[in-house]
Design a protein around this ligand. Structure first.
Ligand code: ADP
Length: 589
C-alpha cells in the first residue's frame, strides 16, 4: 500500500488539477442576472419554450406586416404591391427562427394575402393567372429566404458553440495554470467550507499542518486545526468578511498533526452562493514563526531598553540631586576660594614686602660684611704695631719702671692679643661669603683627620681623647665643613669640666639626610641659652673663665644653613653637650 506522503509529485499535480476541475464545475456562477438574459437562458434551456417562441414570432411578425399593409392602403389608397411587406417579415422570422418558422410565415402570408388582399376579399380564391404566378413566386422566394436563413443560423450556432468551447478550454487552461502555481507555491493555500470540511489545498499547506492530503480531506479545520481560544475571533472575522466582502487578514495558530502549534497569518477571501450565503473561504497562509520570534526578541529588547531607560533615569535623578548638592558645595567652595584668594593676595602682598625687606637686609648685610672685612683687615696693621711696640716696651723697660707701669704694659699686651683674636674671627666671619666654594663630593673621614692633625697640639695640651665613627662622603664645601668640625671640636675640648675631655664624633643615617653628632663630657649648657649661643658674639662666660670671641657657633650655623641642613645642641648644665648638624642627602645625588 502506498502511503500518502510517498505519492510522487506528478501524481499530486494530477490530483490537484482534478480537484480544480471539480471545484470549477461546482462553483461556476453566472454574473448575468438581467431579465432579458434570464429569459434567453430559459428559452435556451427549455425546448418547448424555444419552439413556441420561434413559431409564435412567425405568426405575430406576419400579422404585423399584414396590419401595416392594410394601414398604408387606407392612408394612401390601393396600388401597393401585394407581397411588399411580407418579404421583410419572412426575412426577420427566418433569421430568428430558421427554416421551419420561415416556411410557416411564408404559408401564413400567402393565406392572408389570398383571403384579405386579393379579390374577392373574405374567401381564399386566387383566380387570375398573375395572382397565381405571384403566389408561386412569393412561396418560392419565401422557401429560399428561409433555407438561406436556416443555413446562416446553423453556421452562427456552430461558431458560437465553437467559441464557447474555445473559451471553456481557455478557462480550463487558466485554471490548470493557476492550480499548478498554487500547488507549487511555497505559500500554503487552502479552501475551507463553512461546515468545517477542507477543499482544495496545496502541498505547502500539507507541510505546514503535517497532515497528508488524504487526512486533510476528512479533517474539520474549524475544530481540528484551530485551537479553541482562537475560534471566537475567527468566527467574528469570517462574519465581517461575509458582511463587507473585503478580504480579511488576521493572525492565529494551527495545531499541527504532532500536536505542536504554529503561528500563522491568514489572508482569507470568501465565495458566496446565489443567495449570498458563504459557499467557501479560500485562504493564503503565512508561517510567522520567525516573525513572532523576531517580535518577541524585539519585545524583550524593548523591555530591556525600558528597564535600562528607567535605571538611567533614576541614576540621572540621583546625579541631578548630587549635582544640586555639588552646586551648593561648589558655591561654598567658591566663596572659600574667594576668601583664600583674598588671603593669598594679602599674603602675596606681605611676601612682597618681606622680599623687599630681605633684599634690603641682604644689601645691608653685604655692606656690614664689607665693613667688617675692611675694618678688621685695616685694623690688623695698627694693632700689629701696638702689639709689637708694647712688647718692645715691655722688653726694654720692664725692670726700669715701677710695678704700676709694668701692670699697664701687661694690660696693653693682653688687650692687643684679645683684639687680635677678635679681628681674626671677625675676618673669618666676614669672609664667609667671599670665600665660599662650589659643592663637591668629598670624604668626611679625610676632612676630619685633617682637622684632628691641625688640632693635635691643642688636644695634647688638654689631654683630650677623641673617638669617631667612620664617616661618609658628602657633597659640600669641604673647607667650610672642616671649619664646622674644627669649631665644634675646639669648643668640646675647651669647655671641659674637672675630668679630662672625652669627645666622640658619631653618625646617624636616615633616608633623606646624614646627621653628625659631637658629644663631650664638658660643663654643659643650660637649656635657656641653647638657642642664643648660635648668635654672633654670644658667650656664656667671661674671658677669664674661657677664652673666645663668641663667633665660632654663629659661623657653624651660617655654613650648615648654606648646605641646607640644621644645627642644634642637646645638653644640660654639668652633664656634657651634644652638638648635632645635618647634611641633606639629595645634595649627594
Ligand atoms: P667662643 O667659643 O668663642 O666663646 P662660640 O660661638 O664658639 O664662641 O660659643 C659660644 C658660647 O657657647 C661659648 O662661649 C660657650 O659659653 C658656649 N659653648 C659652646 N660650646 C660649648 C660646649 N661644648 N660646652 C659648653 N658650652 C659651650
Amino acid at each position: 500500500m502506498i502511503k500518502s506522503d510517498e505519492i510522487s509529485d506528478e501524481e499530486q499535480k494530477q490530483k490537484s488539477l482534478e480537484r480544480v476541475k471539480q471545484s470549477s464545475d461546482e462553483f461556476e456562477i453566472s454574473n448575468d442576472d438581467t431579465r432579458l438574459n434570464m429569459f434567453l437562458q430559459a428559452v435556451h434551456t427549455r425546448p418547448w419554450l424555444n419552439l413556441a417562441v420561434r413559431y409564435g414570432a412567425a405568426i405575430v411578425v406576419v400579422i404585423v406586416a399584414f396590419l401595416l399593409y392594410m394601414a398604408l392602403t387606407k392612408l394612401f389608397g390601393p396600388g401597393l404591391p401585394t407581397y411588399i411587406l411580407f418579404y421583410p417579415a419572412i426575412i426577420i422570422v427566418a433569421l430568428i427562427g430558421g427554416l421551419g418558422p420561415g416556411l410557416v410565415a411564408t404559408i401564413f402570408s400567402v393565406l392572408l394575402a389570398g383571403i384579405w388582399i386579393l379579390p374577392p376579399q373574405g374567401q381564399l380564391s386566387i383566380k387570375s393567372p398573375i395572382d397565381q404566378l405571384g403566389v408561386v413566386l412569393f412561396t418560392a422566394i419565401g422557401i429560399m429566404i428561409s433555407s438561406v436563413a436556416e443555413l446562416y443560423r446553423r453556421n452562427r450556432m456552430k461558431a458560437a458553440a465553437y467559441d464557447k468551447e474555445e473559451a471553456l478550454r481557455e478557462t480550463l487552461h487558466e485554471k490548470e495554470f493557476l492550480a499548478n502555481i498554487l500547488e507549487q507555491a511555497s505559500q500554503p493555500f487552502a479552501i475551507g467550507y463553512p461546515d468545517g470540511r477542507l477543499g482544495l489545498h496545496n502541498h505547502a499547506f500539507e507541510e505546514l499542518t503535517g497532515y497528508s492530503s488524504i487526512e486533510l480531506n476528512t479533517l474539520d479545520w474549524s475544530t481540528k486545526l484551530t485551537p479553541f481560544e482562537w475560534r471566537e475571533m475567527e468566527t467574528q472575522k469570517l462574519d465581517e468578511l461575509q458582511r463587507t466582502g473585503q478580504p480579511s487578514r488576521y493572525v492565529k495558530e494551527y495545531i499541527r498533526k504532532d500536536g505542536s502549534r504554529v503561528p500563522i497569518e491568514l489572508l482569507v477571501n470568501i465565495a458566496l452562493d446565489v443567495e449570498g450565503n458563504p459557499e467557501y473561504y479560500y485562504s493564503f497562509i503565512t508561517d510567522i514563526t520567525e516573525r513572532k520570534k523576531a517580535e518577541e526578541q524585539k519585545n524583550d529588547m524593548l523591555v530591556k531598553e525600558q528597564q535600562l531607560t528607567e535605571e538611567l533615569q533614576s541614576s540621572n535623578e540621583e546625579l541631578q540631586s548630587t549635582t544640586e548638592e555639588l552646586q551648593s558645595s561648589n558655591e561654598e567652595l567658591q566663596s572659600t576660594t574667594e576668601e583664600l584668594h583674598m588671603t593669598n593676595k594679602e599674603l602675596q602682598h606681605q611676601q612682597d614686602e618681606l622680599r623687599e625687606l630681605v633684599d634690603k637686609l641682604e644689601v645691608s648685610n653685604r655692606e656690614l660684611e664689607q665693613f667688617a672685612y675692611v675694618a678688621s683687615h685695616d685694623l690688623q696693621e695698627p694693632l700689629r704695631m701696638v702689639s709689637s711696640f708694647t712688647q718692645l716696651l715691655e722688653k726694654r723697660y720692664k725692670d726700669k719702671l715701677d710695678d704700676d707701669a709694668n701692670d699697664y704694659i701687661n694690660f696693653i699686651v693682653k688687650g692687643a692679643h684679645r683684639m687680635k683674636d677678635l679681628i681674626d674671627d671677625l675676618l673669618v666671619f666676614s669672609r664667609f661669603n667671599t670665600q665660599a666654594k662650589e659643592f663637591i663630593l668629598f670624604d668626611m673621614d679625610t676632612a676630619l683627620n685633617g682637622v684632628l692633625s691641625y688640632l693635635q697640639p691643642y688636644i695634647n695640651i688638654n689631654h683630650a681623647q677623641i673617638t669617631h665613627d667612620s664617616l661618609p662622603s658628602i657633597m659640600g664645601d669641604s673647607l667650610q665643613i672642616q671649619q664646622v668640625l674644627q669649631n665644634l671640636l675646639t669648643n668640646a675640648i675647651k669647655f671641659h669640666g674637672d675630668e679630662p675631655p672625652l669627645v666622640n664624633i658619631f653618625l646617624k643615617k636616615s633616608e633623606d639626610e646624614w646627621t653628625f653628632g659631637v658629644n663631650d663630657n664638658g660643663i654643659g649648657i643650660d637649656p635657656r641659652y641653647q638657642e642664643q649661643i648660635f648668635q654672633v658674639f654670644k658667650r656664656l662666660h667671661t674671658r677669664d673663665e674661657f677664652e673666645g670671641t663668641g663667633i665660632g657657633l654663629s659661623i657653624c650655623k651660617k655654613i650648615i644653613e648654606r648646605h641646607g641642613g640644621r644645627i642644634w645642641v642637646e645638653s644640660e648644665a654639668g652633664k656634657g653637650s651634644t652638638f648635632y648638624f645635618t647634611i641633606p642627602k639629595k645634595l649627594n645625588k
